[in-house]
Design a protein around this ligand. Structure first.
Ligand SMILES: Nc1nc2c(ncn2[C@@H]2O[C@H](COP(=O)(O)OP(=O)(O)O)[C@@H](O)[C@H]2O)c(=O)[nH]1
Ligand SMILES: [Mg+2]
Length: 220
């Protein structure tokens, strides 16, 4: 008997991701994919970022969540180009959802697009969205063992944010152990240690975001 094998179930997703990349290049919009576990502070980081940069550049945001519009409502205070993507039961965004989301935004008017993925440390790592830069937001109360437990996510990202450093005096989190785990998986990964609560460490992150927008898609 000849067994039929479906080799790449993600093929369709990858094709749409490619279309997204083409659309982003046409609009000359760099696109950042923000990932992290539930509650790590993805929306908080976006609030801080949009608040600080709203007069400097035009940032569009797509925010993914199962069923609510809570994150988009929070972000709409700081940004006029926000759309919510409800994934229903799905634990990650896919390229087609991002494509539909992009259709709701004035892409030609944007300098940067940031996608807040669904809170999850496993599934989003497997789905190319057509975005250019993958950012992982980790946070102190999650524990210093997360690089060891979710190596695939830590290995695949271009930039790492360690959020909630204001909690370091209150939570048993060994920064050196965390850094060692990260370094073993993703040597030299650009890392920002910051607090969205106090604002500590935010400036280098904001400079990095500015540089992303300036670079456009030419070097993406
Ligand atoms: N202490 C502290 N709390 C934070 C910080 N950033 C976010 N939070 C809190 O963490 C919770 C989850 O934040 P949210 O932005 O909704 O996380 P998301 O699920 O990743 O989008 C909220 O109660 C935030 O106020 C931080 O830097 N320090
Ligand atoms: Mg959120």
């Amino acid at each position: 008997v000849e067994i039929k094998v479906v080799e790449n179930v993600l093929k369709l997703n990858d094709e749409v991701a490619l279309l997204n990349r083409v659309a982003l290049r046409q609009a000359d919009v760099k696109c950042v994919n923000l990932m992290g576990g539930p509650g790590c502070g993805k929306t908080a980081l976006l609030e801080r970022t949009l608040e600080a940069l709203r007069d400097d550049m035009r940032i569009g945001v797509l925010t993914g969540d199962l069923t609510t519009t809570r994150d988009a409502e929070r972000l709409a205070h700081h940004c006029e180009h926000v759309s919510q993507i409800n994934t229903g039961k799905s634990c990650h965004l896919d390229a087609n959802q991002v494509r539909q989301g992009m259709g709701t935004l004035p892409m030609d008017d944007l300098d940067l697009l940031i996608v807040e993925n669904v809170g999850n440390l496993i599934c989003p790592a497997s789905f190319d969205l057509g975005t250019h830069v993958n950012v992982l937001v980790a946070s102190v109360p999650e524990g210093d063992d997360k690089p060891y437990k979710y190596p695939r996510m830590y290995r695949g990202v271009d930039v790492l944010v360690l959020n909630k450093v204001d909690l370091l005096p209150h939570v048993p989190f060994d920064v050196e152990r965390f850094r060692r785990g990260v370094e073993a998986l993703n040597e030299g990964v650009r890392t920002f240690e910051l607090s969205c609560r106090t604002g500590e460490g935010l400036d280098p992150w904001l400079d990095w975001i500015r540089a992303q927008a300036r670079a456009g898609t030419a070097r993406a």
